[in-house]
Write a protein that binds this ligand. Structure first.
Ligand code: GLP
Length: 241
């Protein structure tokens, strides 16, 4: 496990964007596992800037997103489809057919999970997976459980996650109660994993997840077992380790 300490959010974003751009330069047709949330927004901004300067080319890149709310239309401004297009894809030259995000409007859970697992295996797995970290230790939407969920599944979001994400909606009742998420096994099969954490409110869970016992009660703790894990955090998020 490598830990890079950044001064602040901007510095964290730049450091993490550097790792992603190295991946794209070294393997132009790489598969990037992408994340939503407030943590990666600065990374996407930085990558867009480098793309505009002609330092990066995404024309052969394939993306696969971690998760999507169940029941939100793509054009709902809180869907992760919308988030990814608004914050990243519409500014770069990734091909639309190379973008993969779970289909939140597929009500047949079994069908959607099988489809997404097949998509990931058909593209040959993930080269670099970017992750944020939920306050309860969730990665993607893998919530604290009795056991690690392996592949794509439909989750009932925990109360803390619903409350944490309510800030993006008009009120708590509008937050979807379920989501599709890549499973832990798929995340762990990524060749490289980069976790970004920012802010004092993440300090406690950073300590638990990366220096505490490995347990499905803290899903991110499994990442300690990955052989190519990089954590990029700002001083506040790393203040307890
Ligand atoms: C959401 C997403 C996660 C993300 C987490 C943390 O629930 N499903 O993928 O990592 O929130 O979000 P933030 O980066 O805004 O703290």
């Amino acid at each position: 496990m490598r830990i890079y300490k950044a001064k602040d959010y901007k510095d964290m974003s730049r450091k993490a964007a550097n790792i992603i751009s190295a991946q794209v330069i070294m393997k132009p047709n790489c598969v990037l596992g992408l994340a939503t949330g407030s943590s990666p927004i600065g990374i996407y901004k930085q990558l867009i800037e480098w793309y505009k300067k002609d330092d990066l080319d995404f024309k052969e890149v394939v993306s696969v997103n971690l998760d999507e709310y169940k029941g939100l239309e793509r054009d709902n401004n809180q869907s992760y489809y919308y988030f990814m297009h608004e914050n990243f894809f519409r500014y770069i030259n990734i091909k639309p057919e190379n973008i993969n995000i779970p289909n939140g409007m597929e009500m047949d859970e079994k069908k959607e999970c099988e489809n997404y697992n097949k998509t990931i295996s058909d593209i040959g797995g993930v080269d670099l997976q970017l992750l944020g970290l939920g306050h309860n230790g969730h990665i993607g939407f893998n919530e604290p459980e009795e056991a690690f969920e392996r592949e794509t599944h439909c989750v009932d979001l925990s109360q803390t996650t619903i409350e944490a994400n309510a800030r993006f909606f008009n009120n708590k009742d509008e937050v979807p109660k379920q989501a599709y998420t890549m499973g832990i096994k798929t995340i762990m099969q990524a060749k490289k994993i980069v976790v970004v954490v920012s802010g004092e409110d993440k300090a406690e869970i950073v300590k638990k997840a990366f220096f505490g016992p490995v347990t499905p009660r803290v899903p991110a703790s499994i990442l300690q077992m990955h052989n190519d894990l990089t954590i990029v955090g700002d001083e506040a998020a790393l203040s307890k380790i």
